[in-house]
Design a protein around this ligand. Structure first.
Ligand code: AMP
Length: 380
């Protein structure tokens, strides 16, 4: 049975690795001849708009899924006329546009950040007036990892942004003074079964995820329930199948939804070693309509993204229960090259293990201070 995957980056790579034990085969479509999956699976190198290539790609596939949410909806719809495409293309459409996403959250009664659409300087003025400062201006589409965003703190920032307003649909959001960022990895199978991993605490630098802690430490069970409730509403409303990631801000003891991604997610990489069933395997089970695997954690995990450069593998692997994943990409500043997951029996042990990591990981961009400031002096 061959599964088609749109996008051939590390998420696709890890999907394939999770699918091989289930006897699955994979075919990828990616415009880049450098896509990492080329090492382990069939790859079609073509643009997503190339209908002849899409036609050829879809031949004989059981279904098509995606690891990249900016696949043109037209490509997903074209394929959906030939073979099942899951998660369903409307989920892709909802998640590709920040305004659509916010309207969906609102419609489903899920608290979200204050926002206003901006498509002209006049609307921008009105939005700033109604939302106030500080605020964040974001492009509605194609923004990720903090790209396409401007933080507005002062009247000068507003004046500058107004002068340089990009000619694309924008959204102005109120700046949320959050205590932390949490993400939910929710799953719905084609059969309707749903499941949720424990919430994850995420730390970003420069808009890019650096560190995830799972399960999120010191979590109020009411917050986990609120996330579950929000996730279920979204999954049902979209008749979803697959993994859905939802990013939240925790603020004054409540959750505000920020955005969602209709795919496996960087903040779920810890599940490979840190949960009974990984997000990658569960995504495949879900789109195939197979029973979902347990989302229970196997300990306390920390996932560190390796961005731009790599540590010495031998030094990292000398740390007990450290798991290194390298994506086979050539180093470049800002590029996600791999990740490291550390797992321990208790949060205190995990903090101790993190403190023992080689010097490479004690640079500020790994955000370890966020964990280590909570004391490592009394390991359980
Ligand atoms: P996003 O692309 O929406 O995930 O934004 C990237 C990062 O910018 C988030 O992970 C937050 O750290 C920060 N951010 C985005 N929107 C807001 C907001 N409304 N208030 C405060 N911080 C935000």
């Amino acid at each position: 049975m061959t599964i088609g995957i749109l996008g051939g980056g590390q998420l696709g790579y890890m999907l394939a690795l999770a699918g091989y034990p289930l006897g699955l085969h994979f075919r990828f479509l990616d415009p880049s001849p450098e896509a990492p999956v080329g090492r382990i699976a069939q790859r079609v190198t073509a643009d997503y708009t190339d209908e002849a290539a899409l036609e050829k790609f879809s031949n004989g596939l059981e279904l098509v899924t995606y690891e990249f949410e900016n696949v043109p909806v037209e490509a997903a719809n074209f394929l959906a006329e030939r073979v099942p495409v899951l998660p369903p293309p409307p989920a892709l459409e909802a998640a590709q546009d920040r305004l659509n996403e916010k309207h969906l959250f609102q419609k489903l009664g899920i608290p979200t950040t204050e926002f206003a659409a901006v498509s002209s300087p006049r609307e921008f003025d009105a939005a700033v007036k109604s939302i106030g400062l500080p605020a964040i201006l974001k492009t509605c589409r194609l923004g990720y990892d903090g790209k396409g965003q401007w933080i507005l703190k002062t009247a000068e920032d507003v004046a500058r942004a107004k002068n340089e307003l990009p000619k694309v649909p924008l959204v102005l959001e109120g700046f949320v003074p959050f205590t932390r960022e949490l993400s939910a990895l929710a799953i719905r199978s084609r059969s309707g079964e749903t499941a949720l991993y424990p919430l994850v605490e995420n730390h970003h630098r420069g808009g890019i995820l650096r560190l995830s802690l799972a399960p999120a430490p010191r979590l109020d069970p009411a917050i986990q329930r609120a996330a579950e409730d929000a996730a279920r509403r979204i999954l049902e409303s979209l008749n979803y199948a697959g993994v859905l990631a939802i990013e939240f801000f925790e603020c004054n003891g409540r959750l505000l939804a920020n955005e969602m991604a209709p795919r496996v997610h960087n903040s779920g990489h810890w599940t490979i070693e840190g949960a009974i069933t990984s997000q990658f395997e569960n995504h495949l089970r879900a789109v195939l309509g197979l029973p979902l695997g347990s989302t229970g954690p196997t300990g306390h995990s920390a996932m560190l993204n390796l961005i731009g450069d790599l540590p010495d593998s031998a030094e990292v692997l000398a740390v007990p229960d450290a798991h290194l994943h390298l994506y086979g990409k050539s180093p470049r500043p800002g590029r996600k090259l791999g990740h490291l997951t550390l797992r321990a029996a208790s949060p205190e042990r995990l903090a101790l293990r993190l403190s023992e990591l080689p010097a490479f990981f004690h640079r500020p961009d790994f955000c370890l201070d966020a964990v280590l400031s909570h004391s490592v002096s009394h390991p359980a």
